[in-house]
Design a binder for this molecule. Sequence first.
Ligand SMILES: Nc1ncnc2c1ncn2[C@@H]1O[C@H](COP(=O)(O)OP(=O)(O)OP(=O)(O)O)[C@@H](O)[C@H]1O
Ligand SMILES: [Mg+2]
Length: 408
Amino acid sequence: MAKRLNPAIFNDWVYEGISDYSHRIEVYYGGAGSGKSVGGTQKAYLKALKMVRKVLVIRKIQRTIKDSIWSLFISHLHASGLYNACRVNKSDYEIELPNGSVFLFKGLDDPEKIKSIDGITDIVIEEATELTEDDFTQLNLRLRAASPCLQIYLMFNPISKKNWVYDYFFVRSLPVNVKVVKTTYNDNKFLSDEYRQELERLKDRNPAYYRIYALGEFATLDKLVFPVYKTKIVSEEDVQGLKRWIGLDFGYINDPSAIVWGYIDTANKRIYVTGEYVRRGMKNNEIADVMRDLGLSKDKSYGDSAERKSIDEIRDKGINIEPTEKGKDSVIHGIQWIQQYELIVDERCFKVIEELENYTWKKDKKTGEYVNEPVDTFNHTIDAIRYGLNKYIKGTKTPTVIKKPHGL
Ligand SMILES: Nc1ncnc2c1ncn2[C@@H]1O[C@H](COP(=O)(O)OP(=O)(O)OP(=O)(O)O)[C@@H](O)[C@H]1O
Ligand SMILES: [Mg+2]
């Protein structure tokens, strides 16, 4: 079959391995826009056309499936002219090919859903860094059908050495039968010049992002601002009777807007982060709509005081939002205040976790010493958390004994 494929529709690195099913696990990682998602799904699709497969297509959060991995598979059906010959169930996110192969698209928000599915022959995991190691272990255990060529494909960016994928695939001796393929934007012949330049511009604008998203490298771990936090699935009982907080950080083109919310337990000094919504390009009326849909319109929320006009516009749309009060040193003060609490993050808040894994202290260029100021990146959701908790933070004093960042 591979002989009849048209190589022009693949990136070279995808075409090379398109019929190789000899590894149980294939890891596709690297910079942004290198063609990992398109390539990985092309391979899975062709495999399922060739032999009857039952493919589980996974992302951590169900609601992120439609516009990412689902639409990719749909575009493959169209490109191959088979869309009309397939059964496409848009409400349950299932695709059945003419030969009986099926693709089941599932979020891991509710892992129980997966447990009832039998006979899985392949698993495609989009943005695998969003999963926990435990999620992956459970999936790996489910791949035990009596079929040949059982495989898992994982796609991800090397977002942090703190993430489980780093330890699992790059530090521990590799589990047997794993193929690791690293690519960057230079490996994607279909990429527009505009996107290429956008990535190259990161070099000056944001070196930390450049390492990860242009070079596709796991960045060195500097001193994290929040080295200690717990991740778990936060249950309703955990937060029963606690006060809710909601914070909003504005972005638009280059940076995303971030809405983050959770609960605070002042008696036991615990902060729970239970939800996040992070997206680029949102206008104020969309932010208001999203907040209303998420049930965040009634409780008081706080937004960045630098954006008073935006806050007024959002309030005019019926959201109970106010600007934070920002004083001198409000960033460091807020950080130190949060550090005195136990931070518990719902494991589904993967953007918050990605930032916690990357939010580091700045170093003095000359001396190489850490200074009492965080690097101004990977801080959208973290700023939103600070804003959301502003009411509790303000009025407290920065402990003067803390001259250096906590924990250094
Ligand atoms: N085989 C292909 N045919 C046509 N276009 C392609 C192909 N592969 C990649 N592209 C183009 O390159 C873009 C980036 O590819 P893709 O989304 O797969 O990258 P990625 O490595 O998954 O990026 P990220 O790290 O951001 O998830 C796609 O949106 C598409 O426009
Ligand atoms: Mg991708």
